[in-house]
Design a binder for this molecule. Structure first.
Ligand SMILES: Cc1ncc(COP(=O)(O)O)c(C=O)c1O
Length: 365
């Protein structure tokens, strides 16, 4: 198989989905897939076996949800626009507005259930880039700006305040959310706790999440939704690339047929270091290399890794856990080929489900 390609493992995805379904069954919450983090059409049937639907960030994700997934479609965007609201309304069971201005502008044109996103102003998000409750955040209505007298047609409240966090962080957010909107929650049909729950990460306190949801549901008698993206795609597959050349400038640098910038964007944005199968940290093993992308961006670097044997041109390198927030964010920067999409089926077969080439670059430029 030609590199680069992402290989999503059916078995690992099923394991995540089973846990998320357990959360749903035991807590009574509905779990939606946040397409922004994991939109893999080849595995949509599997996702639909376990989850209640998709949460979407606008028209295109809502259309994708309708085309490939089953269940409910919820759509939230920081702002909707006139020429899209009709179609979004046709597709969506829930529409969540980010301001009272948007609510007033569009509420009469919405068919489904209407919600408002609020900003609980509590978050322990690890980096500002991913902190929805950071200073001057545009995401969600603050308590100060909330117009309790203007809730006509509003069925629910939505918050999204977490990023890769545990159930303790949710507990803190819920405390602030209830302090600020307790009286409104009592009048709601549903509340959406957003995403950022790192449920499928080892050590996450799943029982605590279940108890928090159950307590909330019984206190307010509302439907509760959670909408994880990362927890669905967490550790479900890898990015496979090849060494194209090895150069030397104070150390050995292996140039790969991939790009941190184009194919592994969060390694630069978060930033974090992706694991490489069989490799160690710099100097841990005998042969250390800088792994770098095939673009002209100087900082297109995956990091320094060490190996038991010297690398050679043509060698395959596998970056672990490269499914969530990669495929959905890829670019064709520098005309670098998008990685193909493949599935490792539970019976061991590998199936290529999408192949990309020049056309993707041409149509975007
Ligand atoms: C509104 C909303 N819901 C859900 C999610 C999914 O979050 P995660 O992938 O961290 O679970 C996000 C992520 O940014 C979001 O903005």
């Amino acid at each position: 198989m030609n590199t680069p390609y992402y290989l999503c493992e059916e078995k690992s995805l099923r394991k995540n989905l089973e846990l998320l379904k357990r959360v749903s069954d035991e807590s009574g919450a509905k779990v939606l897939l946040a397409l922004k983090g994991f939109a893999f059409s080849g595995l949509s049937d599997l996702v639909s076996e376990y989850l209640s639907g998709c949460t979407c960030s606008g028209l295109h994700e809502a259309k994708f949800a309708k085309e490939y997934f089953k269940g409910e479609i919820h759509t939230y965007a920081p702002a909707f626009k006139d020429e899209e609201i009709e179609e979004i309304s046709e597709l969506s069971n829930h529409i969540v507005f980010n301001s009272f201005a948007q609510l007033k502008k569009y509420r009469d044109r919405v068919k489904g259930s209407i919600g408002l996103r609020v900003n609980p102003e509590v978050s322990k998000s690890p980096v500002d880039l991913y902190n929805p409750c950071g200073i001057h955040s545009r995401l969600g209505i603050t308590c100060k700006n909330f117009e309790k007298e203007n809730l006509e047609g509003v069925d629910g409240l939505h918050f999204h305040a977490l990023c890769e966090q545990d159930a303790d962080a949710l507990e803190e957010v819920l405390k602030s959310f209830e302090e600020k909107w307790g009286d409104v929650i009592s009048t709601c049909k549903w509340v959406n706790f957003g995403g950022g729950h790192h449920i499928t990460k080892k050590g996450y306190d799943v029982q605590k999440l279940i108890e928090l949801i159950k307590d909330f549901k019984s206190k307010y008698d509302v439907e509760v939704y959670i909408e994880p993206g990362e927890a669905v795609g967490w550790k479900t597959g890898s990015l496979h690339v090849s060494v194209l050349d090895i150069v030397d400038n104070g150390m050995k640098i292996a140039i790969l047929d991939s790009s941190a910038e184009a194919h592994m964007p969060d390694t630069l944005a978060m930033p974090y270091r992706a694991e490489v199968r069989g490799a160690g940290k710099a100097d841990e093993k005998k042969y250390t290399y800088k792994l770098a992308g095939n673009s002209c961006l100087a900082g297109d670097i995956m990091g320094n890794y060490s190996f038991d044997e010297p690398l050679h041109v043509g060698q395959k390198i596998i970056f672990e856990d490269q499914i969530h927030y990669t495929i959905v964010k890829n670019t064709t920067f520098n005309g670098i080929k998008l990685p193909d999409l493949a599935i490792l089926r539970e019976n061991g077969d590998i199936e290529v489900v999408r192949e990309f080439g020049y056309e993707e670059y041409r149509r975007r430029n």
